[in-house]
Write a protein that binds this ligand. Structure first.
Ligand code: SF4
Ligand code: SF4
Length: 485
């Protein structure tokens, strides 16, 4: 009996895990084996004319097999031996990714206020309208306390990331800029902003210091953007954000989030065209989070969302072919990485437990500690207060443990889902608020399945690198970078 398989389609030699999942061809000869199909390998239809996936869900091992040969392959001792051999390595890798990481980043809200009233915001309106700013003294105290904590947790050579987040951090700009300069040697700073307050002076400050910047824009035209993103008095903001993006042309350390809702679903191609024309290096097409009722109201249907999303991704591919310049859609690229090299993933929503409360956490403008910004506004998920000595103990509180202990295996339907480690059933906040509990699925299950099928099709056709950052496999190790809406 002879058997061979040809690891010909994909090779990721620089992956930290050497997680070289390959498109495999079953042997042309009869294997002659009666071996029982490995029960852990599940056949997964990826909607490709020639290939289907064989997935071992627990270890996140996968292979692409020719459909007409997969039965034979599943009886091929050489293949099954390979799966078994890689199992312990992949298992250890998933275990580390899911349970072995330490906190290395914080989302920090320096103010409760925002100048906008976006339809889907997860921060209560009263807080955004009338809330308080954190004083400079409080900011300094907070950053010192956080630094001490990170020094205890992280390897000495690594700097923690601190992302000023919203509400709208630029409303507390003077204090923010002062502490950024004061702590410039201690943190890698980022600012997530709605982009409406970025005047020339602010942009000069940010770009001259290489600060990572995230902006938001939901449409290709004012008419579309302003449906979901506008001031409290209903005024549009599209032009102001585009103006800031014009000025950022050439800066490499920024990204733009478009939140996908029913209001812009039909305009995703136009959005990526606008971003590409503005030379935006990285964007996200994030599904709206349905944690609060405002988001749920504009939640798109899964299938319609996937269809528009795939079309926009293919449009970025065309633009790349035409111009030689990529517009990476980071949330999609992250799912590709989750499949081909899980430890290279840069965002931590698509894994269970998610990154909230274990890789990073959030601090409100009052100093309250939450597993993730998505929980700000849900008081029961507060794990204490930074200014009352709560930082050391918040990770042990029920509020945090309930999120960090959320196991995909214990979620009905997800427990038997072959792609559970490429999806993670995000988001726990959404699951809790809209679906009845942390141990429920989040939103967009069908969307996730389609997205993973699409990733696998791209791999089968050898196209996945066209959607990834150039040199992504040389920048290892990466656990995650932070950009959220
Ligand atoms: S949410 Fe859906 S796609 Fe994701 S792991 Fe659960 S069943 Fe699978
Ligand atoms: S899944 Fe939700 S709670 Fe977890 S990191 Fe993502 S946004 Fe935060």
């Amino acid at each position: 009996m002879t058997s061979s398989y040809d690891p010909c389609r994909a090779n990721y030699p620089h992956s930290t895990s050497s997680r070289a999942r390959s498109a495999v061809e079953a042997p042309a000869n009869d294997t002659g084996s009666d071996k029982v199909v490995d029960p852990a390998l599940v056949r997964f239809d990826i909607g490709h004319s020639e290939y289907e996936a064989l997935i071992e869900a627990d270890t996140a091992f996968w292979a692409l097999a020719r459909k007409d040969r997969s039965e034979e392959l599943l009886r091929d001792p050489a293949f099954l031996t390979k799966v078994a051999e890689s199992g312990s390595l992949f298992s250890a890798e998933m275990k580390h990714l899911r349970f072995g990481l330490v906190p290395s980043a914080v989302y920090f809200n320096p103010t409760e206020r925002c100048n906008l009233d976006c339809t889907y915001c997860y921060i209560p309106g009263q807080m955004r309208r009338h809330g308080s700013h954190m004083s400079r003294e409080r900011l300094v105290e907070a950053l010192e306390t956080l630094l001490e904590f990170f020094h205890e947790k992280m390897p000495k050579q690594d700097k923690p990331q601190l992302i000023f987040h919203g509400s709208e951090p630029m409303l507390n700009r003077a204090n923010l800029f002062e502490v950024i300069d004061e702590f410039r040697d201690d943190y890698i700073f980022g600012i997530q902003t709605n982009g409406t307050l970025l005047d020339a002076e602010a942009l000069e400050f940010i770009t001259s210091r290489g600060i990572s910047l995230g902006l938001s824009l939901d449409g290709p035209t004012p008419e579309i953007t302003d449906r979901t993103r506008h001031t409290f008095s209903g005024h549009g903001i599209h032009e102001r954000v585009v103006e800031a993006l014009e000025k950022l042309r050439g800066y490499k350390n920024y990204s733009v989030i478009a939140t996908v809702t029913t209001e812009n679903l039909d305009h995703l191609n136009g959005i990526v065209e606008l971003f590409h024309s503005l030379e935006v290096p990285t964007c996200m097409l994030n599904q709206v989070r349905c944690t609060l009722v405002g988001g749920d109201r504009v939640r798109p249907d899964d299938q319609l969302f996937f269809s528009a999303y795939q079309s926009a991704l293919e449009r970025t591919y065309e633009l790349y072919q035409e111009s030689g310049r990529k517009l990476v859609v980071a949330n999609f690229a992250n799912v590709i990485l989750g499949v081909v090299a899980p430890t290279a993933r840069r965002l931590m929503c698509d894994i269970s437990p998610c990154g909230g409360g274990r890789c990073f956490f959030a601090v409100s403008a009052e100093g309250d500690l939450f597993p993730c910004s998505e929980f700000i506004g849900l008081k029961t998920f507060s794990g204490g207060n930074l200014f009352s000595g709560g930082l050391g103990s918040c990770f042990e509180t029920e509020a945090f443990r309930s999120v960090t202990g959320r196991m995909i295996e214990e979620i009905s339907e997800c427990g038997s889902c072959p792609i559970r480690h490429f999806c993670g059933a995000p988001c726990p906040a959404e699951a809790h608020e809209r679906n009845g509990g942390l141990n429920m699925r989040g939103a967009f299950c069908d969307f996730y399945k389609e997205q993973v099928r699409y990733v696998m099709r791209l791999i089968a056709d050898g196209r996945e690198n066209d959607f990834l950052w150039d040199g992504w496999d040389q920048e290892m190790p990466t656990v995650f970078e932070l950009t959220m809406d």
